[in-house]
Design a protein around this ligand. Structure first.
Ligand code: SF4
Length: 241
């Protein structure tokens, strides 16, 4: 069998909202409560998230540390782009990420708050998302991560795990990641702690159980309401994104 299942491709919004609340409650006993507290400074989060694209967290962290070893943000902007690319070589696609990081830092340096992004706390969420996604190399996922993780703003980052699980279960119809951000945010409660815990626990569930290739449906706590499981049983096909 090929393609993704969708028994209930277009559920009413209220039903999707209720399903997402149910999912959050079902995965909590597996992975625990996740209190929302900033884990690193906003600029660190932003640059690390760019470095993390198609890169595991160890290489992302190594690339970030080598980048910061070049000096402060001004020094990184002033460095030859080849030097920046070399510093971040543990991250995939360093040649394309290096100029984007430098351009992003220039735009931030020249913003009203300089390297301090705290003005994002006060902007309406829509404007804060737009400001961030206007930066080179910053997509809606990265912008959402910074706004939720660092400023407890009510947005929902949709990474590959969240996208895959919410689609397979049937909380959203099949659509791209960008559209999934809008579709999920529309029905989720505007409650940052809720959104944070759901994001983190679904990410873990995607790594441990609902993997892209061979989801472990027999041990999955979501299977009783999962569209993919209802359609395919324990033989859910690989995720095609
Ligand atoms: S039942 Fe299977 S496909 Fe559905 S969420 Fe769980 S692991 Fe994923």
């Amino acid at each position: 069998m090929t393609g993704e299942p969708l028994l209930n491709a277009v559920r009413p919004e209220q039903e999707r909202a209720e399903l997402l609340v149910w999912m959050k409650e079902k995965v909590r006993p597996e992975y625990g409560e996740k209190p929302l507290s900033p884990r690193r400074d906003p600029l660190h989060e932003l640059i690390s998230t760019i470095l993390s694209q198609r890169t595991n967290w160890r290489d992302e962290d190594a690339a970030y540390q080598e980048l910061r070893a070049l000096g402060d943000w001004d020094a990184i902007i002033a460095a030859p782009v080849e030097t920046v690319a070399h510093a971040i070589r543990r991250s995939n696609y360093p040649e394309s990420k290096a100029p984007r990081i430098q351009q992003t830092l220039v735009a931030i340096r020249d913003s009203p708050g300089g390297y301090n992004l705290d003005f994002l706390k006060e902007l309406p969420v829509k404007d804060a998302l737009k400001w961030l996604t206007d930066l080179p190399g910053v997509g809606v996922k990265t912008a959402s991560l910074v706004l939720l993780f660092n400023y407890a703003r009510p947005v929902f980052p949709v990474d590959t795990h969240v996208h895959r699980i919410t689609t397979r279960v049937g909380a959203i119809p099949k659509m791209g990641e960008q559209a999934a951000h809008r579709a999920l945010l529309k029905v989720l409660p505007p409650d940052p702690p809720f959104l944070y815990e759901l994001h983190i626990n679904l990410l873990t569930h995607g790594q441990k159980v609902c993997s892209w290739h061979k989801p472990r449906c027999p041990v999955c706590v979501l299977k009783e309401r999962c569209d993919a499981h209802a359609l395919y049983g324990n033989d859910v096909p690989s995720w095609k994104g």
